[in-house]
Design a protein around this ligand. Structure first.
Ligand code: FRU
Length: 492
């Protein structure tokens, strides 16, 4: 590896492009032993611009090999977000000699002689494991002159009805279409005009099925919808989800319209969608998100490249008092970069007597379990010699977990960046369990087995070297703390 991946703030165990601008993950599909990751890419600059699909592949979702750009702007426009599927049965007629990959994406340009954006859906296919792509001569395959925001097709095969299903972001709702061949699409239904959050334009939907509590006989459908940045709301862009039923035509929300379910309580997890065609023997539903926020993505303080993806996460469903909810877990393949650990047990953190631990700077995983005693708040701080810090705090009375990044490092690029991110988290048997992944410019916190997740960018000027456990107005027990050193995925 050259000097690349050694730059200041460069993520060491998260995917980022070698150089230039990246946003949404696209076209995630598993085929012939490879996980493909395409992404919104601007190869000529470090800010958003004419979109291409960048491309990388992985055998384990952790280590990535960069490949040449897969899709270039063409006569129908630039290449916005979309998905990819394996056409196992040659429904398209593109593949005479066995299955191949089809990408379904948005072609973005303007209506002729006008500056009104035009977004239409197009196809490209590959017969060589995604290495080269042919755009379909019948493009675009789906358009609607009445709807301007008309993009981000996510397509899957629906076995029961023997059809391809597309979920498409259309204004502030999702439109569902079906097809026999990916080329001709029929309107099926609409979802969400009244439901969930409408704080911004709807983007990047996904729809998939998962067992509840691991019970294959009790399955629910999950719809992801990202909502774009809106200056009226401090959070910027973020992702919500719905739980319900789907019969091949219509999605029915299990919850009242007013219910809003957030996928992540940190500011930096957007446009996430899941992998297609992971083999049934594996059976996992895995997604990855863009680890940034439209509010400041174009301004974050990195020079050679901009943006990274979240860690890939396995999704499952659990039933709770308030209904069925998503659990997230970092994929088990993360084990391949785990190095030595320090393990501590049964620590008592006295009021106003913080306990100090060294980190493996700069790449760490922490697993920690707190047991409530007499304090009203407890937590820990990651800090460096410049006195920059991330503060993770649990407020016992309010049952609030927060990740403070008001003084984490470089904050100057956006007023919206220095902030305290909060979520309500209940203790379980008086305990709270946190798993934390700390990379050069991000922190991911998974609370109580992934019931609540925070993904947050941070830009420390020096790596954090210490972890300081604290307890306020009373003492707290830490039943266990494991600090694990992680390896860079980009080689030494
Ligand atoms: C989401 C998004 C998509 C669009 C793409 C353009 O972040 O706005 O709706 O397809 O980015 O790069």
């Amino acid at each position: 590896m050259t000097q690349r991946y050694k730059e200041k703030h460069r993520p060491q165990f998260h995917f980022s492009p070698e150089e230039k601008w990246m946003n949404d993950p696209n076209g995630m599909v598993f085929f012939n032993d490879e996980y493909h990751l395409f992404y919104q890419y601007h190869p000529f600059g470090t800010t958003w611009g004419p979109m291409h699909w960048g491309h990388a592949v992985s055998k384990d979702l952790i280590h990535w090999e960069h490949l040449p750009i897969a899709l270039y702007p063409d006569e129908h426009g630039t290449i916005f977000s979309g998905s990819a599927v394996v056409d196992w049965n040659n429904t398209t007629g593109f593949f005479e000699d066995g299955p191949g990959l089809v990408a379904i994406f948005t072609s973005a340009d303007n209506y002729p002689e006008s500056d009104r954006p035009r977004q239409r859906q197009s196809l490209a296919y590959s017969k060589d494991n995604g290495r080269t792509w042919v755009t379909y001569e019948g493009n675009p395959v789906l358009s609607d002159v009445n709807i301007t925001d008309y993009r981000d097709p996510k397509v899957f095969w629906h076995n029961e009805t023997n059809k391809w299903v597309m979920v498409l972001a259309t204004g502030q709702w999702v439109t569902i279409y079906t097809s026999q061949n990916l080329k001709n699409w029929e309107f099926a239904s609409e979802f969400g005009k009244q439901a969930g959050s409408h704080d911004g334009v709807w983007e990047c939907p996904d729809l998939f099925r998962l067992p509840v509590n691991g019970d294959e006989t009790n399955q629910k459908w999950v719809m992801f919808v990202s909502i774009g940045d809106n200056p009226q709301f401090k959070e910027g862009s973020r992702t919500q989800y719905f739980i319900g039923e789907f019969d091949g035509t219509t999605f029915v929300n299990d919850n009242p319209d007013e219910t809003v379910l957030w996928l992540d309580y940190g500011r930096d997890n957007y446009a996430g969608v899941s992998w297609s065609d992971i083999p049934a023997e594996d059976g996992r539903r895995i997604y990855i998100g863009w680890m940034s926020n439209w509010r400041y993505a174009n301004q974050v303080p990195t020079e050679e490249w901009r943006s990274a993806m979240t860690l890939p996460r396995e999704l499952s469903l659990t039933s709770s008092e308030s209904g069925v909810r998503i659990l997230q877990k970092v994929v088990s393949e993360i084990d391949s970069i785990r190095n030595g650990s320090e393990v501590y047990q049964e620590l008592t953190i006295e009021s106003n007597q913080p306990a100090l631990f060294n980190l493996f700077s700069p790449l760490n995983e922490m697993n920690i379990e707190f047991e409530e005693q007499t304090s009203n708040s407890f937590g820990f701080v990651f800090q460096n010699s410049d006195d920059e810090k991330v503060v993770i705090r649990y407020d016992v009375e309010k049952e609030l977990l927060s990740i403070g990044r008001t003084n984490v490092g470089d904050n100057s690029f956006s007023e919206s960046f220095p902030t305290v991110q909060e979520a309500s988290v209940k203790m379980e048997n008086n305990r709270i369990k946190l798993q934390i992944f700390l990379d050069a410019s991000s922190i991911e916190v998974l609370a109580n087995d992934g019931k609540v997740v925070f993904t947050s960018l941070i830009f420390p000027n020096q790596p954090y070297e210490q972890m300081v456990l604290f307890s306020e107005e009373g003492y707290t027990k830490v039943s266990s703390l494991t600090v694990t050193e992680l390896d860079s995925i980009w080689g030494k």
